[in-house]
Design a protein around this ligand. Structure first.
Ligand code: ZN
Length: 355
């Protein structure tokens, strides 16, 4: 656009006016496309779609299922990372800053959330803690918790966005005791989380309310079906105890009458003490446990050690918090992995495979 326009004295004035109009038109077109480009950049390339940032895989999966093609969802947690210890980078925080809706699990899963949300300047950001309103199971008291409590003492609930009615009470409870955050592994609680996502989308984008409600209905039925499959299979199990390296299956066990024995506790990366290892190994021998479960995110070392000491095998139960690149490429999602987990449970506890 730097082309110089020379006006020769012999040029007719109407030609000059035409040129000026053309220049103005081209300049304004450039301006419009520049600002569009900026907007598309801010919205991560998806203009007109609601931009959702989710804290880890299962939140991403639920948001994508309810939002369908009306939303663009970004999963903050890199593939294969441990959501218990991960912290967002400045780049991740910019994504939250530019989002329409930020979706997280809560209940102590994402330790970084309160600090990051307090630093966010986007006053229009809608924040959804999907475990709000769910009756949380108490976790096992850990030493790390005292520090965590200290850190959160000056925490103030950000005064913006979506709030459930019981929000205040829940937050207080969360600070006074450590809860088990892995609610989504009970399909009926996953349904409550999807409902919270649907309600938030309906409120934010009422124009597409029916679309979100229909998606919720569809996945609600899928969750009922999954629940039935679990109930039917587990009702036939003779054994009810599962030994897991990462204590992520409290809600699943509670829903279907199983009993979880954790080696390391709630945090996937926590190391068990030697006395805990001995205790669990004794339990395994005494109760004739045939499979020690570990999850896809942590090394099987701890589970393998107990298996070696007791003659048990190792197996995988996936907490669906972070999928591997391979699982994503294979098109796996919450439902696929929940059914894989059920197959693993059948092998460990079902009538066919133990004697
Ligand atoms: Zn976990």
């Amino acid at each position: 656009m730097n082309k110089r326009i020379k006006i020769r004295s012999d040029e007719r004035p109407d030609k000059l006016i035409f040129l000026l109009i053309a220049v103005v038109m081209i300049l304004s077109m450039l301006f419009v496309s520049c600002s569009l480009g900026k907007r598309m950049d801010e919205k991560d390339g998806s203009e007109n779609k609601t931009f959702i940032v989710a804290s880890f895989y299962v939140m991403y999966d639920f948001a994508a299922k309810i939002g369908g093609d009306k939303v663009k969802v970004v999963n903050l947690l890199p593939s294969g990372s441990d959501p218990h210890s991960w912290e967002p980078s400045p780049k991740d925080i910019i994504k939250i800053e530019n989002a329409d809706i930020f979706i997280y699990n809560g209940a102590g899963m994402e330790n970084w959330v309160h600090k990051v949300l307090n630093s966010i300047e986007n006053k229009d950001l809608i924040v959804l803690e999907t475990s709000k309103g769910i009756n949380l199971l108490k976790g096992i008291h850990s030493h790390e918790y005292e520090n965590e409590k200290q850190e959160h003492e000056d925490y103030q609930e950000p005064d913006k966005g979506y709030q459930n009615e019981d929000g205040e009470k829940h937050k207080e409870d969360e600070l006074s005791e450590l809860y088990d955050p892995h609610v989504w592994l009970d399909p009926m609680l996953a349904k409550m989380q999807m409902k919270a996502i649907a309600d938030t989308l309906v409120e934010f984008d009422p124009h597409n309310a029916d679309y979100y409600r229909n998606n919720f209905e569809r996945y609600s039925k899928e969750l009922d079906k999954l629940d039935e499959e679990y109930k039917e299979a587990i009702s036939n199990f003779v054994k009810k105890d599962i030994v897991v390296s990462h204590e992520a299956f409290g809600y699943l066990c509670s829903a279907y009458g199983l009993n979880q024995i954790g080696i390391s506790g709630l945090d996937a990366e926590a190391e068990p003490t030697a006395s805990r290892m001995v205790e669990v190994a004794n339990f395994v021998k005494k109760n004739n446990i045939s499979v020690i479960f570990f999850d896809n995110m942590v090394s099987p070392r701890v589970a393998q050690t107990i298996a070696d000491a007791t003659g048990a095998k190792v197996g995988i139960l996936n907490p669906i918090a972070s999928l591997s690149q391979k699982e994503i490429e294979e098109g796996k999602d919450y439902f696929v992995i929940m059914r894989e987990n059920l197959e693993s449970l059948k092998k460990a506890l079902g009538n066919d495979d133990n004697g």
